[in-house]
Write a protein that binds this ligand. Structure first.
Ligand code: ZN
Length: 365
């Protein structure tokens, strides 16, 4: 099946429409790195930013040794080795604008709540223009999947930021959303989950009460994956955005590198577990971009930062040929991810709003 799909691609290299992956996935893990720029995804550490004493936190030499190299291709491998080995060999990576391959927010705001809403509802609701917006009235694909007989009770979401209860409308959606300072493990945490809860409760919280460090989100989600075996799991990491807002380029790079390692750990576990091996899809993306045209705007995003609608995504799993970095000029949007998630699992997402087609369809710029 995979071979046929690949052949079809090469026969028609300019065709921008792929119906759907030829093989369905049984399970999916969706991962977001908040505010992670496409610039570092495709070119690695930025030489100007790392050499700027305003941003490098006196770690220029260590960062140069760890992530530095003479070419963007070498630098990106050093920053995100899993993305640029396993996914580059066996999956697909979209959004390198230097090659004309574009991925963008369709929403006009370019910050978190509108971005996550766009990812999971497959739609732009222009009324959603604040991170303090109340519970999302737009149906999301995770709630849709949770209602399918084969997936009921098999959907869960974990996030560092406490807004996910509202973004995914936990109350109406019917699946667990464990985020912010909430403990994991429900009413019967395992000993490991109890330990995680104790650590999270007592740990330093540099971003304030609404967000916790990613290490707690990661291990809580990973425990859930191993213990409860969900079919649909969403994990939202937040530190890349937080450290960037602080102007800490050292911590932004280290957070991206650490998250790449965690994604590798999750994928290696998936590929070693009989229930998940070769049946599990992986989608990795971000909620918004950040500035780069004005170098000092790398810390920020939103309508005052004109290039912060520029994003990226990566996919790995059943039915996806290993094309690596997508080099064809084409345009895709964040609102295409919701239907992508549904179609990959063999469903068609319908809701109380319109839903954009999956990424297997390229939309003309
Ligand atoms: Zn932000």
């Amino acid at each position: 099946m995979i071979r046929f799909f690949t052949l079809a691609f090469f026969i028609c290299p300019l065709c921008s429409t792929f119906a759907q992956p030829t093989e369905k996935a049984e399970k999916i893990v969706i991962i977001t790195l908040d505010g992670m720029r496409w610039q570092e995804i495709f070119s690695g550490m930025d030489e100007q930013l790392v050499n700027n004493p305003e941003y490098n936190q006196d770690a220029r030499q260590r960062l140069q040794e760890q992530y530095g190299a003479s070419t963007p291709g070498e630098r990106r491998v050093k920053l995100m080795p899993f993305l640029w080995s396993t996914i580059a060999n066996e999956g697909q990576i979209y959004g390198n604008r230097l090659l004309g391959n574009q991925v963008d927010n369709a929403n006009p705001y370019w910050f978190s709540y509108p971005g996550y809403s766009e990812i999971f509802t497959g739609n732009v609701d222009s009324a959603i223009n604040s991170n303090d917006y109340p519970p999302n009235p737009n149906g999301n694909v995770l709630a849709f999947l949770q209602k399918q007989p084969d997936l009921n009770g098999k959907v869960a979401a974990f996030g560092a930021w406490d807004a996910f209860d509202r973004i995914l409308n936990e109350k109406d959606s019917g699946f667990p959303v464990v985020c912010g300072s909430e403990p994991c493990g429900g009413t019967h945490p395992t000993p490991r989950e109890q330990m995680l809860n104790d650590l999270k409760r007592d740990a330093y919280a540099p971003f304030g009460a609404s967000e916790r460090l990613d290490v707690f989100t990661h291990y809580a989600a990973f425990e859930y994956l191993k213990d409860k075996h969900p079919n649909v799991l969403y994990i939202s990491y937040g530190e890349t955005d937080e450290w960037a807002h602080h102007g800490h380029y050292r911590d932004y790079l280290d957070a991206a590198h650490q998250t790449d390692q965690w994604i590798a750990d999750i994928w290696h576990w998936i590929q070693s577990d009989a229930d998940y091996q070769d049946k599990t899809a992986l989608l990795i993306t971000t909620d918004h971009g950040r500035g780069d045209l004005d170098k000092n705007q790398w810390t920020s995003h939103g309508q005052s930062v004109p290039d912060s609608h520029e994003i990226w995504f990566a996919i790995l799993g059943p039915g996806v040929p290993g094309l690596g970095e997508i080099r064809q000029p084409a345009q895709r949007y964040q609102k295409q991810f919701a239907q992508t998630i549904a179609e990959w699992l063999g469903y068609h997402f319908q809701s109380n709003h319109s839903v954009a087609p999956g990424i297997w369809t390229s939309i003309k710029p």
